[in-house]
Design a binder for this molecule. Structure first.
Ligand code: ING
Ligand code: ZN
Length: 297
């Protein structure tokens, strides 16, 4: 059903539709959902999200879900809103169990200016819309301030992976980082959705050296990937960003992991398939014991 004329997952949604839907959730579930102003973009768009709390006492099991930092990756925010809707409405016992035992932050569109531009003007737009003389936009997944510009980003403003003139030059990443800082220490898991390819990627993107709890996270990923392939025949690869793809410094998750030592950090690409809530629940349940396992240094 189209809620307040906005989101129904049979088609991609515009930024206004997504934001209207988020605001409608606050009216519909005032005791559970609160609106989060997570940042503001160059073109002065508010970066909206929601915090969802079903029960008290889950603060130390807070899950943050990021999507659409790359403008054209529309499926990523569709996955985020899908999961959010299921957590709020599903009566499935698995879904209820993971919903009720975590606190949740959902910020579906990290890059609203680029997202709007990809809807109105250039379907393949990836970057922000900050003007840089000859070209527009920095890659917001190369602009975060942890080992910024140490590989895999371009210094050419016309490149798709232009890192920007300095870390957090983009108002969106700067203000998002300020918001995340207010909740960073209590984050148990940070998941970012991207699209294209079938990968479960672990930080860091600036380095191939492994996280303190790499093996735990790797094992979880392999289990999740094997469930995915059993159910859909889809082959996902699991591993460090550099080892599986390429060096890419300045990513959001490098900064989150590096700054707050968040125990669980995953980039999931092309998990349109993860609108399968059985698999999403399995993933979150596999994450559950990891906080204890990982040594946080
Ligand atoms: N790929 C990611 C990119 O930003 C990535 C891969 C993820 C790099 C995390 C660095 C950190 O290039 C897509 N499709 O966005
Ligand atoms: Zn991406």
């Amino acid at each position: 059903t189209r809620l307040a004329g906005t989101v129904d997952w049979t088609d991609y949604n515009t930024l206004d539709e997504i934001n209207d839907w988020l605001m409608s959730l606050v009216s519909e579930y005032p005791d559970k959902v609160s609106l989060v102003k997570a940042g503001i973009s160059y073109e002065n768009r508010e970066i909206l999200g929601v915090k969802v709390v079903f029960n008290p006492g889950n603060e130390d099991r807070t899950v943050f879900i990021e999507s659409n930092i790359h403008a054209r990756e529309w499926i990523s925010s569709a996955v985020t809103t899908w999961i959010l809707n299921k957590l709020l409405t599903s009566k499935d016992t698995n879904v209820r169990q993971i919903a009720d035992t975590h606190d949740w932050y959902f910020v579906p569109v990290f890059n609203p200016d680029g997202f709007v531009y990809s809807h109105t003007t250039d379907r393949m737009w990836r970057k922000t819309r900050v003007p840089y003389f000859l070209c527009a936009g920095a890659d917001p997944n190369r602009n975060w301030g942890y080992y910024f510009n140490t590989g895999g980003s371009s210094s050419n403003p016309c490149s798709e992976t232009y890192g920007g003139p300095s870390a957090f030059s983009e108002p969106s990443t700067k203000t998002l980082s300020e918001f995340i800082t207010t909740i960073g220490p209590k984050l148990g898991a940070y998941i970012a959705f991207h699209s294209y390819s079938q990968l479960m990627l672990l930080p860091y993107g600036y380095s191939s050296s492994h996280l303190d709890n790499y093996q735990d996270l790797y094992n979880v990923g392999v289990k999740a990937a094997s469930s995915l392939s059993q159910k859909y025949g889809t082959k996902f690869q699991v591993g460090n960003i550099v080892e599986l793809l390429y060096v890419a410094s300045g990513g959001s998750m490098d900064w989150v992991k590096g700054t707050f030592k968040t125990p669980i950090t995953y980039y999931l690409t092309n998990l349109g398939i993860l609108v399968d809530m059985d698999l999403f629940c399995q993933l979150i349940k596999l994450f559950r014991p990891l906080k204890k396992l990982s040594t946080l240094s």
